[in-house]
Design a protein around this ligand. Sequence first.
Ligand SMILES: N[C@@H](CCC(=O)N[C@@H](CS)C(=O)NCC(=O)O)C(=O)O
Length: 226
Amino acid sequence: MSIFPTHWPVEHPDRLQLYSLATPNGVKVGIVLEELGLPYEAHRVDFSKREQFDPGFLTINPNNKIPALIDPNGPGGQPLRIMESGAILHYLATKAGELLPTEPGKANQVLQWMFFQAGSVGPMFGQYGHFSKYAPQDQDHTYAKKRFTDEALRILNVINGRLEGRDWLVDDYSIADIMVAPWIGAFDFYGGPVAEALSDYPNVEAYMKRFNARPAVARGRKVCAR
Ligand SMILES: N[C@@H](CCC(=O)N[C@@H](CS)C(=O)NCC(=O)O)C(=O)O
């Protein structure tokens, strides 16, 4: 039986197989693959067709969320299926020996900012985006909108503070930045009070300019674009 979901034909079965869509979580893997120059094949998971519930896709991520990755040549030469963007980025950076410091203390700092993204940035910014863009506007969301606006601003302040005197979250550019920056970029699409307040966080603004200027970031954002 094939290790790949049959819904998406595979041309290069020896390459990394990415299943994604160009959302803030989805672009992270396209960006890291472009940064590392690893050979890969990308498959777009179309939410409008509920492809994240495809039974083959669920064998990679039973939580029906993108991004997901198959490495046909994983540890011991066996195929490896990976869900959760942080686990995918960590796996690829470790495999390539780049974008993750070798010194254990620094590597742990990178992990800290990655967990901060997965536990705080993604859920809070995502809910802000949901209530700004997607929730039915004929209902009263005043409390939720205030709650997630306040949280998004609080988190931006944490990032702004961390970036004082630094170009990147931990010394050199790393997978921590590839976790966090796409979510700050999401406010261009979400709009609203947080987008308007971004200029109050000058370190964050300068950081996003640095991030967006990277050619691999521009290329990675186009992988699995809508
Ligand atoms: N913690 C997960 C979050 C993934 C996630 O929320 N993905 C969204 C798109 S940004 C998704 O697939 N949503 C589809 C659904 O919920 O059905 C990660 O970092 O991979």
